[in-house]
Design a protein around this ligand. Sequence first.
Ligand code: ZN
Length: 184
Amino acid sequence: MNYCSHCGASGPVLEIPEGDNRPRFICKSCDTIHYSNPNIVAGCLPIWGDKVLLCRRAIPPREGYWNVPSGYLENGESVEEGAIREVWEEAEAKVTIRGVHSLYSLPHINQIYIHFLADLEDGQYGVGPESSETQLFSEEEIPWQEIAFTSSVFTLKKFFADRQEGQQNTHLGVYDYPKKDPSK
Ligand code: ZN
């Protein structure tokens, strides 16, 4: 951090604040402590009949790959509002939320995905500016080799497994990234 986003002074320093236990950027001019915390990515798995709606990404990262419509939560909105907004922006579809389907943490990049199950309200959908294509897929049609993110794979696998058993559960997942071997 080169400048304080609160007062504009240069050079906030990395120190452990009094009473804290980890380093934060602290501005020595205005005493602001700049906390940095994980970002929430909210989305919905839209359902229509026995199919689910996915979006092919028109933007990086993972451009050209399919994704459960999701995006960063904005300030001032609830997680549900953010998830419904993302479905509209990416797939021009209106959805009604059934409930929380998956909470998926990516600690190595400070992201938390919250995916809801949602019903497409009228079966209508389009292609939003961040998508190049949108499509309803049955389980057999899912392009597993072309799914953008592990969060989407997790959500889809859990959804189809639940459906097979006639259940609707909430699932907790953590991205299991390969940790460095300390001996190397
Ligand atoms: Zn400052």
